[in-house]
Design a protein around this ligand. Structure first.
Ligand code: C5P
Length: 315
């Protein structure tokens, strides 16, 4: 006999914990920045691409909300209520009307303020981890709605892959292309760059007498992705924020030159920088470019990474 009011097997239930979630980082293969809007954001036309430098969030049950961390940037990141991870957990709890009780732990590899969406990645991972820990059973679309309030890149970090971003970046549509692995060499700088400061710098460059040329739509980039040829893709990578990042951090010019000298197909500043990413033809080529860049001694660390990668997911 079945119990009339027993638990429904389809109902999501709280997880006993711990829940571990891995989240990649991102580069923008195309970052077209439109005008400044009244709400303080710029209209974007961007192609996001998730790459294999990962952070990990572990969520356990607790009787309050706490956060600890280890790894890249330990000590520089505030672990208080201003932290995007804490804000993500609180926003999800408020939306689901549950208490925001969890012990969260961050294992960080994505550099802080690096232009790789590390903060947004951690927020996305927190949403996925707490959703499972608390048994909310929310869809990715619902989580993305909560995430869009936290940071422009959070929805993309939930979906991953390669996707078109519009609005201020929060509206994401997947780009359907035959699966291709792209090989990247990532040059990590000493210290970060503030995203709002880079956008402000772009506005002031555009208001000057020699405004940098603006990128057009992302159509060419999407056509290049379909050709599955790294030389073709390399020819159309572009980032409107690059001149602003280079103005604020002129040394990035040396990093881009060193990558070129090391034989990369092409290199660009990632997002608002200061990380630079270089496209390679295959894994072996990426290793050689990485070795050349390392030898040039122009950045703090060099790593290779593959894309695309899935978004935040339970492991
Ligand atoms: O959304 P997110 O928190 O990543 O944005 C940080 C800041 O970057 C914004 O407050 C804004 O100054 C700038 N930004 C922008 N236009 C965008 C995205 C971010 O001006 N599309």
């Amino acid at each position: 006999m079945t119990e009339a009011w027993g638990p429904d097997d389809d109902e999501p239930r709280p997880h006993s914990g711990p829940v571990r979630v891995r989240v990649p980082s991102k580069v923008n293969l195309h970052l077209g920045v439109g005008p400044l809007r009244a709400d303080g954001y710029h209209e974007l036309n961007t192609v996001y691409h998730a790459i294999g430098i990962f952070d990990e969030i572990t969520a356990r049950h607790g009787d309050t909300l706490t956060l600890t961390m280890e790894g890249e940037g330990t000590g520089e990141l505030a672990l208080d209520e201003t932290n995007l991870i804490m804000r993500a957990a609180r926003a999800l709890a408020a939306r689901a009307r549950v208490p925001a009780y969890a012990r969260l732990h961050l294992r960080k590899s994505i550099p802080l303020a690096g232009g790789l969406a590390g903060g947004s990645a951690d927020a996305a991972a927190t949403l996925v981890a707490c959703d499972m820990l608390w048994g909310l059973g929310m869809s990715r679309e619902d989580l993305a709605e909560v995430g869009a309030e936290l940071g422009s890149d959070v929805p993309f970090m939930l979906f991953g892959g390669t996707a078109l971003g519009t609005g201020h970046g929060e509206t994401v549509s997947p780009i359907l292309a035959r699966p291709t692995t792209w090989h990247w060499v990532v040059a990590i700088a000493d210290g970060g760059l503030s995203t709002p400061a880079v956008y402000r710098e772009l506005d002031s460059l555009r208001a000057g007498s020699w405004p940098p040329p603006a990128l057009g739509s992302a159509d060419q980039l999407m056509a290049a992705l379909r050709q599955r040829d790294a030389e073709v893709l390399g020819a159309v990578l572009g980032n409107d924020l690059q001149p602003a990042a280079l103005t604020l951090r002129p040394q990035l010019g040396e990093v881009l030159k060193a990558g070129h000298d090391a034989g990369a197909i092409t290199g660009i500043v990632s997002g608002s920088g200061p990380t630079c990413v270089f496209l390679a033809a295959d894994a072996g080529h990426a290793q050689r470019v990485a070795a050349g860049l390392e030898a040039a001694g122009v950045c703090r660390a060099v790593v290779t990474a593959r894309g695309p990668q899935p978004g935040a997911r339970v492991i």
